[in-house]
Design a protein around this ligand. Structure first.
Ligand code: GTP
Ligand code: ZN
Length: 329
């Protein structure tokens, strides 16, 4: 396994899915493809990074028909990198999926339904709060549940610890959400106690931050990336017709190891669905999927995804269902 890929989060499970996909290609086509990670998304084009660096890619027609829009963090199969933009042939099954619940009016627009996955293959999510008016245990508990539903591991971060002489009470409250949960107090603004968060960023681990506006997510992101101020992630690129397109790059390699997704959609957690516990309707749908072991991510003939795309099932419920299925396997 190439170390460059491992640093991007590649692992044995992606490798086997990738090999399985390669088996479906002709022997001539096989040397033309490579696995890449989606680091930026745009309207026409995605920005990807592989073992040999960054490139742009268009979506293959088959991928567009499958209606699996590549999301930030996805692993995908790239064809023909080198001269001009390549083509993304396939999105590999996601290990974790952050989906946004769609409002009633949004649900009627198929275009919007296709945009539902906001981040894929996130391993750890920092749920950021502060010892001030933002602190709301009920809301934080919903965040923990949403992160767990996505398949990622939640870590609770009390930022702005410098605001209080003693944050013990806040830390106890956070810990009451689950004895197994990791809880940290930090001061992003002056770089205090960030070691524990840096320690989470081991090679190939993908981290994301959520929390309400103003709790210090940008400050924390900049501190972890060791950069001065928020950079704009816009990348100008040209597609095959020479038109300029813009992809927003929101997945970063962290100096010292790990990856960080800084995604406005992820921050907007307030609109997420609370995952319902009852999946009878989804079980019925899953029985109609073409593949018996369908994970409802990128497989063709998936009845569950079809229902999500039709707006009949919310993306958050699909994510929760997938988590439950994964735990059962
Ligand atoms: N006292 C104190 N203030 C902080 C700390 N971290 C961030 N702040 C301040 O909190 C304010 C909001 O910080 P941001 O990083 O912009 O918060 P955010 O969560 O990214 O906010 P949005 O971009 O609206 O989502 C800024 O004025 C920061 O300087 C900290 O550790 N201590
Ligand atoms: Zn399915």
């Amino acid at each position: 396994m190439l170390p460059e890929l491992r640093a991007l989060g590649w692992g044995a499970d992606f490798e086997s899915d990738y090999q399985a996909f390669c088996q479906t290609l002709t022997p001539e086509a096989q040397p033309q493809v490579q696995p890449v990670r989606v680091v930026g998304t745009g309207r026409q084009i995605v920005h990807v990074r592989g073992a040999h660096g960054d490139t742009e890619a268009r979506l293959a027609g088959t991928l567009r028909q499958e209606q699996v829009a590549p999301a930030i963090g996805d692993w995908a199969v790239l064809e023909g990198a080198g001269t001009g933009p390549g083509r993304l042939l396939q999105v590999l099954p996601r290990r974790t999926t952050f989906s946004r619940a769609l409002g009633a009016d949004e649900g009627r627009r198929p275009q919007a339904v296709r945009q539902q996955v906001i981040a894929a293959n996130v391993d750890v999510v920092l749920i950021v709060t502060a010892p001030d008016a933002d602190f709301d245990l009920d809301r934080l508990e919903r965040y923990v549940q949403a992160v767990q539903a996505s398949g990622a591991r939640p870590v609770l971060v009390l930022n702005k610890a410098d605001l209080r002489p003693d944050v013990g009470w806040y830390l106890n409250e956070l810990q009451s959400l689950g004895a197994e949960l990791e809880v940290h107090a930090v001061s992003a603004a002056d770089g205090q106690d960030l070691d524990a968060l840096q320690a989470l960023l081991t090679e190939g681990v993908t981290l994301a931050l959520i929390g309400s506006s103003g709790v210090g997510k940008s400050t924390l992101t900049n501190a972890l990336l060791r950069r001065e101020a928020a950079q704009t992630g816009a990348v100008r690129a040209s597609d095959s017709q020479g038109r300029h397109t813009t992809t927003t790059r929101t997945l970063y390699l962290v100096p010292g190891g790990g990856l960080l997704i800084d995604n406005p959609g992820l921050r907007d957690i307030a609109v997420w669905d609370a995952a319902a516990a009852d999946f009878d309707d989804l079980e019925d749908l899953a029985a109609q999927c073409r593949f018996r072991k369908c994970t409802h991510t990128t497989e063709p003939g998936c009845a569950v995804r079809a229902a999500v795309q039709a707006g009949e099932v919310s993306a958050a419920r699909l994510a929760a269902f997938q988590t439950q299925q994964r735990k059962r396997r």
